[in-house]
Each structure stands twice: as C-alpha cells, then as structure tokens.
Design a protein around this ligand. Sequence first.
Ligand SMILES: [Mg+2]
Ligand SMILES: [Zn+2]
Length: 177
Amino acid sequence: MNRGAFLDRDGVINRKLPEGQYVTRWEEMQFLPGVARAIASLKRAGFRVIVVSNQRCVAKGLLSLRDLDLIHQRMLAELAAAEAVIDEVYCCPHEKHPPCGCRKPEPGMLLSAAQAHEIDLAASWMIGDSDSDVEAGKNAGCKTARILDSGEVASGTADLFAGSLFEAVQEILRAES
Ligand SMILES: [Mg+2]
Ligand SMILES: [Zn+2]
C-alpha cells in the first residue's frame, strides 16, 4: 500500500483568484512559491501525489472539461520539469446542487484515487486551504493539513496548520521520518 498526499489546487498549488473567479486560462495559473520543491520532496519520500480539485466553473459553463484538462496537462508538464511529479489530477466539475459524491467535502475523489493507486488512506494526508478540504480529508479517513492565508488565524480541527504547501510538507516529512 502507498501513502498518498492529496493536494487541493487553488490556494495550495497556484494563487487563488478573488472569490467567485476561476482559473479559465493558463495565464491565470500562477504557481505559489516552493510548490515544485514541496511536491518533489513528497515524491522522494515515496508519497503518491494526487490533486483533488472542485471546479464548478465547468458546470457554470465558464470552462469546458477539455480546456480544464489542457490547463492540467500543462501544469503537470511544468511541475514535472522541476522533478515535481503529480501522479493524477481529479476534478469535480459539478454544481453544489444536485449533490454529487465527488465535490469536497465529500470524499469521492480521494476514495477513487485510493483505489486506483492502492493508497492507505489512514497513512495519507489531505492538504488544503479551506475547511471543506479538511472535512473531505477527514471523511476519507486521512490526516489533514490546513494552509492559512496570510493573517488568517488557525481554527478548526486540522491536524496541522502551515503558511504554505512547502511549510506543510516540511512538517509532515519531519513528523513522519
Ligand atoms: Mg483551495
Ligand atoms: Zn462532483
């Protein structure tokens, strides 16, 4: 069985756009500092790195699944060039209603990835910048790390709080080595 690191996308890998705005073009995908190094260290430590992202911009008709996929192919290629290999990207393209099983805080994407990549969920981490990421991680039986915005105070039930993916990964690897 493998350990998994489930990463939210917006606000974890790339800069989050203002509330209600979505990354619909590659030019809007700005990597946050230290992301490639963080993912590369997870890979070196043997984690399967899986992105799990709610993208209801697809349901809203702002972006096609194909264009979303093209953005992700390019994201994966640029990160892989820095030895930061992401094993797979899962997206929920649905609206909040009617409810689906994949939109976080539902654990559907994590459960599918766990099956496909033989991941031991209890030995795995969900890392995200919103409470629904933490809930999804807990619903899947994972440990959870919450990334805080600058100035945001740690609250809630995550196992770990950090200022960035890079910091979160450092703490996880320190705790588990
Ligand atoms: Mg996010
Ligand atoms: Zn869904």
